[in-house]
Design a protein around this ligand. Structure first.
Ligand code: FES
Length: 153
């Protein structure tokens, strides 16, 4: 189903005044709605807030919470925290990168997978840890990466 960007943007904008201080809450709402910040959305909000497009783009690239590309159907996160690092987290990340063909912050071209890293997932006893959507996989090995990714297809 095609999303009517103009209509959705107007709907979000209707809840805000045109003050530049509203930019971040507006972008947060937009991201929740679209899953990321499409260029057209940023352009429309720039016009709404009477801000240069470069300002809106600058804010959305500055804050890590904002995504400028769509997120894949399956979100894979690999922990880069100390406990995971010590137990081979970097190897796990390299294996995921190799199998998906993407780096952290990227999405596969078929929009199936996105890859992110996390600082610590709070499950250090299970290090190294990988998380797929809401499922936590502990004591990861490179072999398990292949098996688990195959199961998510
Ligand atoms: S360091 Fe990876 S879960 Fe804590």
């Amino acid at each position: 189903m095609k999303v009517d960007i103009a209509k959705e943007v107007d709907e979000i904008a209707s809840r805000y005044s045109r003050e530049s201080g509203n930019l971040i809450p507006i972008l947060q709402e937009a991201q929740e709605k679209f899953g990321y910040l499409p260029e057209e959305v940023m352009q429309r909000f720039a016009r709404f807030l009477r801000l240069p497009e470069s300002t809106v783009y600058g804010v959305s690239t500055f804050y890590a919470q904002f995504k400028l590309t769509p997120t894949g159907k399956t979100l894979v996160k690999v922990c880069r925290g100390t406990a995971c690092h010590v137990r081979g987290g970097a190897r796990i990340l390299r294996e995921v990168e190799k199998r998906l063909g993407i780096k952290p912050g990227e999405t596969t071209s078929d929009l199936e997978y996105s890859l992110e890293t996390i600082a610590c997932f709070g499950s250090c006893a299970l290090a190294p840890v990988m998380v797929i959507d809401k499922n936590v996989y502990g004591r990861m090995t490179t072999t398990k990466v292949g098996q688990i990714l195959a199961e998510t297809k």
